[in-house]
Design a protein around this ligand. Structure first.
Ligand code: GDP
Ligand code: K
Ligand code: MG
Length: 269
């Protein structure tokens, strides 16, 4: 049976979604080598496993949880990513979404907490959001299991997404191209994603690559890129620069996709 991997920021309704999306069978254990809970359930349509990943804000492993998320992407075989997103915290949540889209597997977004977003005066154009990211977006209320049928249907039918590419600046794009040229062809992961994660400084990706190739040239490119970026007028670090590009893209999408109703002013009175 195929595997669906459930990713999302902490506190987005991941556990609620997992429980409502899966039937009664559940495996609960730990991820190998770490005391982070691993849960696997079966989709209600009984034709796929759903694997619950720890809640993370990004793939950069500052914590065990993020390490588990990256290790899963690097080593497990799975068919689809289910990304739960908190509609009321889109600006923060979509950073992870971009990093997952860059990975290049079929992806479905479950847009949760719509009720919270509406109470804050946000109206989200779901179709436009889906168009901007090139993936299905299904509004859900995870707490009460609303939207599960449509979500299940989308998870079963989603095809390889048209590759999502966020274009960075010339310095970063050159580094991506050079790092990619060092990566072996038999690697079953997107070279662009691996290169970007190397530039982010993702230690789990380093470890994974170190077992296959000499890492020194890649680390040298990263160092050189870091220095070039630091010399730009804004003086940001490479990671801040990557974050800045995602943030700029997200802001443009939200400008297009979110309509604020007059309720917004009421929340401030
Ligand atoms: P997790 O930390 O991502 O696993 O999230 P949980 O499933 O534990 O949910 C966090 C809190 O949000 C709980 O109190 C849920 O009942 C609540 N919650 C989940 N989905 C929704 C939703 O769509 N709307 C609202 N208002 N609350 C929700
Ligand atoms: K929680
Ligand atoms: Mg949880």
């Amino acid at each position: 049976m195929s595997q669906i991997a459930l990713f999302g920021n902490p506190n987005t309704g991941k556990t609620s979604l997992f429980n409502n999306l899966t039937g009664s069978y559940e495996y609960v254990g730990n991820w190998s080598g770490v005391t982070v809970e691993k849960k696997v359930g079966i989709l209600r349509s009984r034709d796929a496993y759903v694997v619950d990943l720890p809640g993370v804000y990004s793939l950069h492993p500052l914590s065990r949880d993020e390490g588990v998320a990256t290790d899963f992407l690097l080593t497990e075989s799975f068919s689809t990513i289910l990304n739960i997103v908190d509609a009321s915290q889109l600006k923060r949540n979509l950073h992870l979404t971009i990093q997952l889209l860059e990975f290049g597997k079929p992806l479905v977004i479950a847009l949760n907490m719509i009720d919270v977003a509406e109470r804050r005066g946000m109206k989200i154009d779901v179709k436009k959001l889906a168009d901007r990211f090139g993936v299905p977006v299904v509004p859900v209320v995870a707490r009460i299991g609303k939207g599960m049928d449509e979500l299940t249907e989308k998870l079963r039918s989603v095809e390889q997404t048209k590759p999502f590419t966020l274009t960075y600046d010339d310095v970063i794009e050159t580094a991506i191209a050079t790092i990619s040229s060092y990566l072996p062809d038999d690697i079953e992961r997107s070279k662009r994603w691996l290169a970007l994660q190397c530039l982010e400084g993702n230690e789990r990706v380093y470890e994974y690559l170190r077992a296959k190739i000499a890492l020194e040239p890649i680390l040298a490119i990263r160092k050189q890129t870091e220095e070039s970026i630091r010399q730009l007028p804004h003086g940001r670090s490479l990671r801040e620069r990557l974050h800045h590009f995602r943030e700029t893209f997200i802001e443009a999408v939200l400008e297009d996709v979110v309509v604020w109703t007059e309720k917004r002013s009421l929340t401030w009175t």
